[in-house]
Design a protein around this ligand. Structure first.
Ligand code: CMC
Length: 424
């Protein structure tokens, strides 16, 4: 039996290679289809299109499986830390103790921002959305590190980029937050560990170990998610050989929308709205089901998870730990639980396989930590950075890589002649 797929178009048969991944996923390679037949494929929202081969993250949405470099997310969330997981994603293997420490010391070596970036940061009004601030300042970093502006992504550039961005994005976020509350920035103190240092820079107070650990776990859960909207954007920008800051800044912009990372902010706003409306979550479930109403249940549904989101399961547990530790009684938690329970037995949600996703409970944790709602999606950025950078590195190391340049089916006017404005 041939390994090729056969496609019949208008009486002609074309053979196309079939490729299989290490987990048995199968794809028809259509790269040569147009050259052979004049026909392209069309796939709205890339529902059925593989954009690359990748060895970083495996996800089986039907079974609710997520693995980084082969390691189940549950094991990493339980036993790893964010720095170690970032190293794993970027380098492909878990680090030895010496490799881990060297990686963290490289991150720690970027313990401040260039003064020009501080100036840019200070020009934003305190009301600016942190995602816009992040996108702009990450892009601005390219102006201060000209060594990154080479077409080639050297080993040195790659290794430096992950350490630098993991450190400086954290500083940008905390410094901007301090500005919004009218306080001076707090210096980074890497000796505290990655997550505790961030919380300390934000709040300038003693941070409980368990709380810092909960944040670290959240960052691990967000660290990569194969070819989602923002990661694909990072790859598309990177495919033109634009510099790494341009690629990551593009990822931040794509993540901002509420169908993607922006959902964590939208979830909390939705829960607040339900609370202020009297707490009747069934009313909002009905709104979400009404096709004449644009309202969607934020934090529900996923393009690839059609069973459950394994990250949401872990986050739900972490949420209980953090609220208990911080002695927070948040009425929004009861609303979230009620919404979840009601939706999971509602035919509309069951039929469409709509389950709580990673964003459903993460906002309640961020809120308990004292992070303002409009900063939730920036927290997602902090977690997703190592994933984006690992995908960018893989892209740049793929010697068969091509610039991303989809085609289209044109549905506009056929050729017509220009008429001068006086003749119209
Ligand atoms: N509330 C109500 N109905 C929904 C929802 C929802 N949250 N999500 C999907 N549906 C319905 C949708 O109306 C459609 O119904 P029908 O078949 O009758 O037309 C069906 O379910 C399939 O939805 P879709 O929009 O075609 O699915 P998609 O794969 O294109 O979209 C999604 C996935 C995540 C954008 C969508 O589920 C959604 O908008 N969810 C809410 C936003 C959200 O929580 N986003 C965070 C995703 S997880 C974090 C991340 O990695 O980005």
């Amino acid at each position: 039996m041939s390994d090729n797929a056969k496609l019949e178009i208008k009486g002609n048969t074309y053979e196309l290679p079939v490729i299989t991944g290490t987990e048995g996923e199968t794809a028809i390679d259509i790269t040569t289809l147009r050259a052979k037949s004049g026909v392209i494929t069309i796939d709205n929202g890339f529902m059925n299109t593989g954009s690359c081969k990748s060895a970083i993250t495996f996800l089986d949405g039907e079974k609710g499986i997520l693995r980084y470099r082969g390691y189940p997310i549950e094991q990493l969330a339980e036993s790893s830390n964010f720095v170690e997981t970032s190293y794993l994603l970027f380098n492909g293997e878990l680090p030895t103790k010496a490799e881990h420490d060297a990686f963290y010391s490289k991150i720690s070596s970027f313990s401040s921002l260039p003064s020009g970036v501080k100036n840019i940061l200070n020009q934003f009004p305190a009301t600016a959305h942190p995602m816009g601030v992040l996108s702009a300042t990450i892009s601005a970093l390219s102006g201060f590190y000209p060594e990154y502006l080479t077409a080639e992504a050297t080993e040195e550039i790659k290794n430096k980029s992950i350490a630098q961005l993991m450190a400086q994005v954290k500083i940008i976020m905390a410094n901007f937050y301090r500005k919004t509350i009218g306080k001076d920035p707090v210096d980074s103190n890497p000796a505290l560990g990655y997550s505790k240092d961030f919380l300390n820079m934000m709040f300038d107070k003693e941070i409980d170990d368990e709380v810092a650990h909960a944040l670290d776990t959240l960052l691990i859960l967000h660290a990569d998610h194969e070819q989602n909207c923002s990661t694909s954007t990072v790859r598309v920008v990177g495919s033109s050989h634009a510099n790494v800051f341009a690629s990551i800044s593009g990822g931040v912009d794509a993540l901002w929308g509420q169908l993607h990372g922006g959902a964590n902010q939208a979830v909390l706003e939705m829960l607040d709205e339900i609370k202020n409306d009297g707490g009747d979550y069934k009313k909002f479930i009905n709104k979400a089901k009404d096709k004449d109403d644009s309202f969607r249940l934020m934090g529900f549904g996923h393009r690839v998870y059609k069973n459950f989101d394994p990250r949401a399961k872990i986050i739900k547990k972490a949420c209980d730990v953090v609220l208990e530790k911080l002695n927070v009684q948040d009425p929004l938690l009861a609303i979230a639980r009620g919404l979840e329970e009601e939706a999971l037995k509602d035919e509309y949600f069951v039929q469409r396989n709509l389950y709580p996703n990673v964003d459903f409970y993460s906002g309640i944790i961020y809120k308990a930590l004292g992070i303002p709602t409009n900063m939730f999606t920036a927290m997602f950025v902090l977690g997703r950075l190592p994933g984006w950078l690992s995908q960018w590195k893989e892209l740049r190391e793929d010697t068969t890589g091509k610039i991303a340049r989809p085609r289209q089916i044109y549905v506009g006017e056929n050729e017509r002649n220009y008429k001068k404005i006086s003749d119209r």
